[in-house]
Design a protein. Structure first.
Length: 373
């Protein structure tokens, strides 16, 4: 697929591998434009099935990478990827997420091409038994095969056997970062916020907790529901604003959220910024994250965060003086939810730390990793 614009005189060529187009659009599309402005020709290999593609400066290539255990689909993806690398002859190939890195690790090598990868949260450290062993072998194999890889947290780095740590580095900064110009509370007037609250049936004096993300077990959404129901028994004038949908790869049984008292479910939103603007606190007690972008967006909007002690969640809680509930329980969440209502400094100082989350830091770090100024 051809981009909307192309730099035919590009001196460097990059192939980004990301399994899901939505992840590329949300986290990496800005990087492609930023690199294109600096003379890079950027290609992206991702799953384009059924997606509406926006105007692009990158060349998009369809590869269907498996999200589950599907060996046939995996090796089909590897074959297509190997052919693509040979055709476009990139300077650098950079895979993101574990399955993207595995595809690249299994792909045929092309002389003169650097093979790089970034784990947006390793899987094996969070597992046990046979699953842990299998994922450890797979993820360590990817590190061994690629020229260099990055992880986002010290926890992941420490879990990798010392033998292959020479090919692994902790990425500087906070993952993908976030667009702090877009996620800026100053963009929203009191009138804007009052209007959206009114549209959702929320008064200006009500206290709003916001959850943003997929409605899955591993993000602990059922725990959020239980905690909010318990909170409603103790406090009036509280609402839970849910921005997200179920995930077909991780299905769970949920009640009709629109019928739950105090819950406002707006579904998936391409731009959650207006919803952050009307919220008072983010609640996101996920137990499997790398460096959650939704939390960084909330912090950039000045919201305190209630989260878990999982990996990147606890890092961001420490950064923003949020609350990482540990051990995680309904009672612990309710206690934290009540506590944040009582705090006079609702933001917890989060607004002072916005600059540390600026996505430009991720862009500059990535370019430095590619060995270019």
């Amino acid at each position: 697929m051809q981009p909307a614009t192309s730099n035919s005189q590009a001196c460097q060529r990059l192939l980004i591998i990301v399994p899901i187009y939505a992840s590329y659009r949300a986290f990496l599309k800005g990087l492609t434009g930023w690199l294109a402005e600096r003379g890079w020709e950027v290609h992206v290999a991702t799953n384009l099935t059924g997606v509406d593609v926006d105007a692009e400066v990158a060349y998009l290539h369809h590869i269907d990478m498996p999200r589950g255990a599907d060996a046939l689909k995996l090796f089909q993806a590897v074959r297509v990827l190997t052919k693509l690398i040979r055709e476009i002859q990139p300077t650098v190939v950079h895979a993101h997420f574990s399955v993207g890195m595995l595809c690249l690790a299994l792909a045929g090598r092309v002389k003169g091409v650097r093979y790089l990868g970034t784990f947006q949260g390793m899987r094996f450290p969070l597992l046990s038994g046979l699953s842990r062993l299998i994922f450890k072998l797979v993820e360590c194999f990817s590190i061994f095969r690629l020229d260099h890889s990055w992880v986002l947290t010290e926890d992941d780095y420490g879990a990798v056997p010392p033998l292959i740590r020479s090919k692994l580095t902790i990425q500087d900064g906070y993952g993908f970062g976030c667009d702090i110009e877009h996620f800026d509370p100053a963009r929203f007037s009191e009138g804007d916020k009052s209007e959206l609250r009114a549209d959702l049936g929320i008064s200006n004096t009500d206290f709003v907790y916001i959850y943003v993300g997929r409605l899955t077990e591993f993000k602990n959404f059922p725990l959020v529901l239980d905690a909010f129901r318990r909170l409603r028994e103790k406090r009036e004038g509280v609402h839970l604003l849910v921005v997200g949908e179920k995930d077909s790869q991780h299905p769970i049984d949920l009640p009709d959220l629109t019928a739950e008292e105090g819950i406002c479910h707006v579904g998936w939103q391409d731009d959650p910024a207006p919803y952050f603007a009307i919220a008072n606190t983010m609640i996101f007690p996920s137990y499997r994250e790398g460096m959650p972008v939704c939390m960084m967006e909330a912090i950039a909007m000045g919201l305190p965060v209630i989260t878990s002690a999982a990996r990147g969640c606890v890092v961001l809680a420490q950064l923003s003086k949020g609350d990482a509930v540990d051990p995680l329980s309904v009672e612990g969440l309710v206690s934290s939810m009540l506590d944040v209502i009582e705090k006079s400094n609702a933001s917890g100082g989060a607004l002072k730390l916005r600059a540390a989350l600026d996505r430009i830091e991720f862009y500059q770090t990535t370019l430095a990793n590619y060995g270019s100024n």
